[in-house]
Design a protein around this ligand. Structure first.
Ligand code: NAD
Ligand code: WQD
Length: 343
């Protein structure tokens, strides 16, 4: 299989990470169709050179139509579409099962029917659960502590079977904490109703939220606040290109962590954000958030060794700087937050 100029269906390509993946695929010379229901994704994130199909992954006939492109067969699918709020998944498991697990089964069946051979899947650090050692490598036990993580693990199990029984070649990429925005400023849609630390801080800095709550400052960490491994979305996007090239060229499956092996505390993020934005960020220490481990860090040795993946933008300064630029653009009206709440 030729590495370049593939015809790729990016499911969830209007979302935060998906739009960065689309940008990287286009730069790589691939043809891209975005398939997205715009539940959390934004129209602003659609690149004009891509075809767009507004549809849901629970709609099998729409998936079939998308994969059976009469003009040109789909060579690969990148599947990022999911519900992703860990806390919510514990309250609404049925919805998470429907979207994440049942939706993915429909994608896999449509891929089988259309003989699409390659898949890159957005998995998560959430498959591991409470860390038993750090940094977490791919051999770490997988015992998710929330239903969201369980859906990702279930899908990984399915991928193995579809590979064995149907010859699918896949890369399951276990992202740690995705953060930052396109350093070129071309991706304009920002996340809606975010719950993650960096976008919350950005919204506070812009005055869209009254204050930041730091969820616990009594953890067993150097400054008492939670430590995480933040990885820039542009670095994540680059890994998708490398992974797709790898599975196509080597006909091998991959399950890889994507993180930096570098932990940053909530307080460090907060202090850096005040410096970078030049604004005071009102903050209050609140109770711990249920289910939050003290520290999470990835070993990404495998991604480095197998793919030659080297994060370039994932230092805390660049993460915050690129995020702040995106939020400033959104505040100035160059971009706007959009999407509907269809589910
Ligand atoms: P996002 O919500 O911005 O992107 C998800 C996209 O999928 C959106 O455009 C949404 O409209 C679309 N979508 C959702 N459900 C759909 C459905 N049923 N049918 C069609 N389209 C649908 O989230 P994101 O942060 O870009 O996450 C992308 C993927 O990465 C998800 O699978 C998520 O679980 C995974 N992930 C994210 C992180 C993170 O830190 N953001 C970490 C690990 C894994
Ligand atoms: C980071 C740190 C919080 C918000 C989540 C998912 C995980 C993956 C990545 C999808 C923690 C603290 C946060 C706030 C805070 N996503 N925090 N105040 O929980 O590490 O990971 O996103 O796969 O599965 O669980 O990310 O950004 O929510 O939190 O103090 O308002 O910031 O306690 O220490 P998390 P996060």
């Amino acid at each position: 299989m030729l590495k370049q100029d593939m015809n790729i269906l990016v499911i969830g390509g209007a979302g935060y990470i998906g739009s960065h993946v689309v940008k990287a695929l286009l730069a790589h010379g691939d043809s891209v169709t975005v398939y997205d229901n715009l539940s959390t994704g934004c129209r602003e994130n659609l690149f004009p050179q891509c075809r767009f199909i507004e549809a849901d992954i629970r709609d099998y006939s729409a998936l079939q139509a998308a994969m059976q492109d009469a003009e040109r067969p789909v060579d690969a699918v990148v599947h990022l579409a999911a519900l992703k709020a860990a806390g919510e998944s514990m309250l609404e498991p049925e919805r998470y099962a429907e979207h994440n697990i049942a939706g993915t089964i429909k994608i896999l069946n449509a891929m089988t029917a259309a003989e699409v051979p390659f898949l890159v899947f957005s998995s998560s650090a959430a498959v591991y659960g409470e860390p038993q050692y750090l940094p977490i490598d791919e051999h770490h036990p997988t015992e998710p502590t929330n239903f969201y993580g369980a859906t990702k693990l279930e899908i990984e199990r399915l991928l193995k079977w579809y590979s064995q029984l149907r010859g699918l070649r896949y890369a399951s990429l276990r992202y740690f904490n995705a953060a930052g925005y396109d350093p070129d400023g071309e991706i304009l849609g920002i996340e809606r109703n975010p719950a993650n630390l960096l976008p919350v801080i950005m919204e506070v800095a812009l005055g869209r939220r009254p204050h930041l709550q730091i969820f616990g400052d009594d953890y067993d960490t150097p400054d008492g606040t939670g430590v995480r491994d933040y990885v820039h979305v542009t670095d994540l996007a680059g890994a998708h290109i490398l992974a797709l090239d790898h599975i196509a060229a080597k006909q091998q499956n991959l399950v890889l962590n994507l993180g930096t092996e570098h932990g940053v505390s909530v307080r460090e993020v907060f202090e850096l954000a005040e410096r970078i934005t030049g604004r005071e960020i009102p903050m209050a220490v609140a109770a711990r958030r249920a289910g939050d481990p003290a520290k999470l860090m990835a070993s990404s040795q495998a991604a480095r060794e197998v793919l030659g993946w080297v994060p370039r933008y994932s230092d805390p300064e660049t993460l915050l700087q690129t995020a702040w630029q995106a939020y400033l653009r959104s505040d100035s009206g160059i971009a706007s937050v959009s999407g509907s709440d269809s589910s």
